[in-house]
Design a protein around this ligand. Structure first.
Ligand code: COA
Length: 317
């Protein structure tokens, strides 16, 4: 597998910490100090599908292709307005592709899970060009009266077109079932036969627990991948990490004993956009000319599940 093109899209409205102070018992100072986030993008007139389609079109264009060249679409998504059909089906129609498609939900680690699935399809000779779209609206999962959670998230979409190559040096996926640290129970339609009341709740998060698990698991994944591949840290150009919290990124960097310049971030502008965060950052880096052919990138993401995913990828564009 190798990456052929990337794209991203964000809602037009930027919501600053100061804007949150107007209705929440919070402050720009608290949010900045604890998370590094200064603003996040939130949907107003847009729908998530609009962002997904924009990101997809940019990635296809960047790869020098048309939608007709795609033979598989994987969409990483936790929630969107439609329970069914899958968001990937709606994207397929909107961009004018005709290939099979499916959605996956590996929470914030979804992009790397999707890269791994794409790698398998390409290796098996079942596809030539695969579109991965990570489109997320976590701001629709949180209670906007809960300062513990709503300040952390933003909406967005990131996409990549991948094709055959040997850029993927290793992948590491882990899942440990620990619902209690991060979950949302959505409301489903009642039936006349259900026993008892079914509860639903906006996002519930044990922030400190998530923080510690994210830091320890991501650091362990990165060390294990470097040891497995024999890649020396000095050969790594960038660590492209899930953008949940600048302090999480800093803690991982500290444990790896690495330089800040190797840890690009945009969490200050977008907040946590779930699985879209890694491809959005990758696309911004690519378009800003920060990536060169042959660069070794270490990616790592973590989220609800608890799920982690890491990979080492050579930039080949
Ligand atoms: N504004 C002001 N105060 C806030 C606040 C906000 N937005 N959110 C929480 N607080 C308060 C808490 O109520 C608590 O007050 P108390 O001591 O009176 O009870 C205090 O700040 C400290 O909370 P604490 O949980 O100890 O802070 P923290 O240093 O752990 O930071 C997080 C909280 C959520 C920023 C941090 O734990 C975190 O980032 N966790 C990971 C979250 C994450 O990334 N989730 C998604 C993973 S994919």
């Amino acid at each position: 597998m190798k990456i052929l093109g990337t794209g991203c899209a964000s809602p037009s409205l930027a919501v600053t910490n100061k804007m949150l102070e107007e209705f929440l018992d919070t402050s720009d100072e608290w949010i900045t100090e604890r998370t590094g986030i200064k603003e996040r993008r939130l949907m107003t007139s847009e729908h998530l599908l609009d962002l997904a389609v924009e990101a997809a079109r940019k990635a296809i264009d960047d790869a020098g292709m048309t939608a007709a060249d795609l033979d598989y679409i994987i969409c990483s998504n936790v929630v969107n307005e439609y329970s069914t059909p899958a968001l990937s089906c709606l994207i397929q129609g909107a961009i004018g592709a005709t290939c099979p498609c499916l959605d996956i939900n590996a929470a914030c680690a979804g992009f790397i899970f999707a890269l791994d699935m794409a790698e398998d399809k390409l290796r098996a000779g079942k596809a030539e060009n695969i579109l991965i779209v990570c489109a997320e609206e976590p701001t629709r999962m949180v209670d906007w009266n809960d300062r513990n959670t709503c300040v952390l998230f933003g909406d967005g979409a990131g996409a990549a077109v991948v094709g055959r190559g040997d850029a993927m040096k290793t992948v590491r996926l882990t899942t440990s079932s620990r619902k209690e640290v991060l979950y949302q129970v959505r409301r489903l339609e009642p039936t006349p036969y259900l026993d008892g009341e079914r509860e639903f709740a906006p996002l519930v998060m044990k922030g400190r627990d998530v923080f510690k698990t994210a830091v320890s698991s991501s650091t362990a994944d990165i060390k294990a991948m470097l040891a497995e591949t024999g890649i020396d840290p000095s050969q790594v150009k960038y660590y492209v990490l899930h953008q949940a919290n600048e302090r999480i990124i800093d803690s991982i960097r500290g444990l790896l004993g690495e330089q800040p310049e190797k840890f690009p971030h945009n969490v200050e502008r977008y907040g946590n956009t779930s699985s879209a965060s890694v491809p959005i950052l990758l696309d911004e880096m690519s378009r800003a000319g920060k990536l060169s052919k042959g660069d070794i990138l270490v990616m790592s993401a973590f989220g609800a599940g608890f799920t982690t995913a890491g990979c080492i990828l050579e930039w080949t564009k």
